[in-house]
Every structure is written in C-alpha cells, then in structure tokens.
Design a protein around this ligand. Sequence first.
Ligand code: MLT
Length: 406
Amino acid sequence: MTRANQNFLKLPGSYLFSNIAKKVAAYQSVHPEADIIRLGIGDVTLPLAPAIVEAMHKAVSEMGVKETFRGYAPDLGYEFLRSAIAEHDFKARGVDIAIDEIFISDGAKCDSGNIQELFAADSKIAVCDPVYPVYVDSNVMAGRTGSYDSATGLWSDVIYMPCHAENGFAPELPEVVPDLIYLCFPNNPTGATLTKEQLQKWVDYANEHHCVILFDAAYEAYIHEENVPHSIYECDGAKTCAIELRSFSKNAGFTGTRLGFTVIPKELHTEDGASLNALWARRHGTKYNGAPYIVQRAGEAVYSAEGQAQTKEQIAYYMENAKLIYEGLKSAGYTVSGGVNAPYIWLKTPDHMTSWEFFDYLLETAHIVGTPGSGFGPSGEGYFRLTAFNTHELTQEAIERMKTIK
Ligand code: MLT
C-alpha cells in the first residue's frame, strides 16, 4: 500500500501566496471589471536590465554553435559566476569567501527550503514571528515541528521569536537554545533591519551555543542605511556558525529567470564534526544539475559595470515606490514601518480588523491586493504587507485609493 509522507499531511491550508492568488482569481472572475492593483507577492515588474538581456542573447547564441555549446553545468555552478560573486558581493565588503564556498542554484526559495535537509531530524528550529513561510513549512515536511495548534497558529516544537513594534521588529535571543536559527534581514515581511552590532550578538550567541544561523540576505540590495550589514560574514566569527542565502530575484529581477546562491564556509561544522560545505556539495551532486548556462551568464552580467548601474537604477525605482507608500499611508493616519532598507511596508490594519478582514476589505473596496500579516505567523495578526514592486503610477493610484477608504 502506498502511503503519503505523513508530515506533508500536517501542513494547514495551502501555501500563503497560492492561497492569495486563488482568492484574487475568484474575486476577478465575479468582478471582471475590477481594476486590481497588485501589491501582494514580492514579484518585480521592471524588465530585465539591458546588460543582462544582452548577456543572455550572447549565451543563447553560444548554445547554438558546436564549439561553444554547453551540456550539463558544473553542479556547484560555473566558476565565472562564482568568482564574480566572491569579488563583488564579498571581497568588495572586506569579506573573504572562496569560490568553493559558493553554491549556485535556481533561487533562494529552493535553497531556504532544502537547506534543513543537512541537519538531524530532531534539530530544534527557531524562527522570527512573523516569518517567511518557507522556513517553517519545509521543517514541517521534514517532521521537525511537532503538532500544530490551529487556535494559536503555533507548532509545538518550534521556538518562535516574536517581532513586534515594541522590539522594533527585531527578535530577541532565545532562552531555550535552538540548533538552527532562521534570520532574514532586511526582513520579509516587516522590512526591519538589524544593525551590525545587533547581528554580531546573534553570531556570538550561535558560536557560544553551537547553533547554526541560516541567514537569508535576499533583500540586501535594498539596504540604504550605514551600519546595516549586507552579509552576515561582515560580523566576526560568522564563518563558524552561519550559512547565507542569496537571490538574484529582488536585486536584478530574476523572479522568472531563477538564480540564487548559498554560501557555506569550509570552517562551518556541525557539533558532531560534519562539514556542512561537504554535505551541501554532496546533496547538490545527487539532487541537482545546476542552473542553466544562459542564466548563469545573465547572473554574471549583473556584476558588470553596466549591470551594476542598471540594476541600481531599478532598485532606486522600487525604493521610490516604498517611500511613496510609507509617506502616503503615514500622512493618511496609518501606522507604518519598513520600506527604508527593504521593498516591504508593514502596516497596522485600521479599526482593529484582522489581517484577512483587511485583505478582503481592501480587495473589495479599493481593488488592491496585499498580503495579510497573519499569513506570516501569529505575531503578524493585525498587520498587512504591501510591496514596492509595482509601477510608480499604480503604486500612486493604490495609495490614493487607500487614503479614501481610511
Ligand atoms: C514574498 O512575496 O514574500 C516573496 O516574493 C516570496 C519569495 O521570494 O518566494
């Protein structure tokens, strides 16, 4: 008899963004005239920068010529991309990361979901609350989270680190020591950041207690303020306790193209002495055949002078939207945060509406799609996330609509 993986059956409901997409499609089928503005999922709207498209065209042409055709990519990634990353993302910030510590993949979502495979089944995880749902769901699938309490929205074996207005949406060091600590800064969904001193405390804690930090830096390109680290390896001692996840989706518009990478320093070992770098390489070898050559060449172009200038412009464009949302909503009397070093604005729902009540209200009265804060965890209840990834025009229009319904 075939039996399902019982862990999967424990997952409540559907994945947050699939659920939202379904609700919006259902609404639109009944109201085809509704001019919906999407500020929900963090998907980019600007086309790929010209330098990137040019590199892709060139790579496509190479694939059509016998002498330059490429078959399977090296399973850990092409050296040209890994050295561009080492040079620009790390060396330029005073961090020494070797190319064999960089693993190219098809995106940070997959890596952040898969990385937990390297750890023992009974590893205790700690997550911020609210949290990017992939971290918890992938550990549910691995059977690591205990039982789910639908009244509280909490898993019995997960250590939650509440992030709320009183602590500046920054988690506090857990009293019960976890094995794995998921941190995402700049944060999805709150848009909050940690200073270098704050992050250093996490690194020191992890080294002292032999935990591994899974640091998701997918939004680092949005950092504008000084003293906000772009990489956890800017902190002393991070190489012995941290894995870093990076994405090309948000910094260069690869949401549809797919490209990301994970950094696992060779100094990083589990307490029982296993090299996590070696384990991840072994896993890649078995389960992965590498991101496409064409896409890796496109990734390389992100680091060219033109690529850097063009992608910076795109980020500036989105950050203007973030400012527009932040200031527009604030002046209309909403309580808002985030949006300074991140493309996400986190607001309190008006009139004590629950997050999902506000989702429906906003969709029905203003035809705007956002993301209910409670979808990211219990501490997100009563909050709502808007993204800065739409066009200036539609973002402006959305804010005008939100002003009139307040
Ligand atoms: C989000 O909206 O939270 C992100 O776009 C999801 C993701 O990057 O997978």
